[in-house]
Design a protein around this ligand. Structure first.
Ligand SMILES: [Zn+2]
Ligand SMILES: [Zn+2]
Length: 334
């Protein structure tokens, strides 16, 4: 598939999509029903459907019985940890293997023409972005993901969470399932703005931003405090009437969903005429420019607070103007 049909490549070899990113026609006034219907399939396909399927597979086949989870014991907790590590190894690892190790599509649709493995840097453990990213993912990321899962499932098993069933409240649970990705984005925007406060950025969030040229392993490469904040949106299932299936789906939206934004390619190409859109450009720009696109544009929070970068000339002009205003403010103070 010729990526120059969809974008341009600069002298360095970095590829940029020719179309600017649009925010979803969801929170707009006046409403845009036609655009909304046109956009709607992309809300589900393919990623949210994948996360829903993973949540269902987890609940129906890969989660111990309620009787087992009533008591906190090392056996089922370690089982959940190993099961989550295997899922991450399989999903994140498969993307990394295909795109970055075997380089099956070369730099086609790749935003940054450089390969992280070829740029050793002292900011990473063992000077390797990949090794550093994997140590953080498996060392604290997946254990903290599992800890939230254990907490939620143990509470549900002991009647502490407001567990309702699809037979009792089908409409409520379906609606909750539909808005989980939106709630995740809103929560992520809030914690993300918080950890960009200079002191928290310096000691916590800079760990994630060390990967300026992210790859799938960068997605969960965070400081443990960021991991704790990142998955805390799942606590909503202990407050609102919900179901363990939705809790597991939500944890995948957060945990597995992260990989999508860090894949580094605009499309994963399968053949000359088939490819999957990653929608990764929004978050790639955050890694490139740091102070834009704190969220992913499904909820237009960045537009509202003036930090939206659409990847085109308009976004660049907006960012430059904000930077100049910041410099002027600093100069006025000195
Ligand atoms: Zn990131
Ligand atoms: Zn950030």
């Amino acid at each position: 598939m010729d990526d120059l049909r969809f974008g341009t490549r600069n002298k360095r070899g970095d590829w940029t999509p020719s179309e600017a990113i649009k925010t979803a026609p969801l929170f707009v006034w006046p409403p845009q029903p036609f655009n909304f219907l046109k956009w709607l399939p992309s809300y589900f396909l393919p990623w949210n459907v994948v996360f829903m399927a993973l949540g269902a597979i987890y609940w129906f086949w890969l989660t111990p019985s309620v009787e087992t989870m009533r008591t906190l014991s090392i056996g089922w907790i370690v089982y959940l940890l190993v099961r989550n590590m295997a899922a991450v190894l399989l999903i994140h690892g498969a993307l990394e293997l295909r795109l970055y190790v075997r380089r099956r599509q070369g730099t086609s649709f790749k935003y940054n023409s450089k390969w992280p493995a070829e740029s050793p840097s002292g900011v990473f453990m063992f000077k390797s972005q990949n090794i550093d990213n994997m140590i953080r993912t498996f060392g604290t990321g997946v254990p903290i993901w599992t800890a939230y899962e254990v907490l939620g499932l143990w509470c549900y098993s002991n009647g502490h969470g407001p567990w309702t069933t699809f037979a009792q409240h089908p409409v409520w649970l379906i609606c909750l399932g539909l808005v989980i990705p939106l709630f995740h984005e809103f929560h992520f925007y809030c914690i993300h703005r918080l950890i960009h406060v200079p002191v928290l950025y310096k000691y916590v969030h800079s760990v994630h931003h060390n990967s300026v040229n992210p790859s799938p392993w960068s997605s969960l490469s965070m400081h443990p405090i960021e991991h704790l904040l990142y998955w805390s949106d799942s606590l909503i299932h202990l407050v609102l009437p919900s179901h363990p299936l939705l809790l597991l789906y939500h944890l995948h939206v957060t945990g597995t969903g992260a990989v999508v934004g860090h894949v580094g390619f605009d499309k994963v190409v399968f053949s000359a005429d088939s490819a999957i859109d990653t929608h990764a450009f929004t978050h790639y720009l955050h890694h490139k420019y740091f102070e834009v696109n704190y969220a992913d544009g499904v909820i237009p929070l960045d537009k509202l607070f003036g930090t939206w970068h659409d990847g085109g000339k308009a976004g660049q002009a907006l960012m430059d103007a904000r930077y100049e205003a910041k410099v002027a403010r600093v100069n006025a103070r000195n």
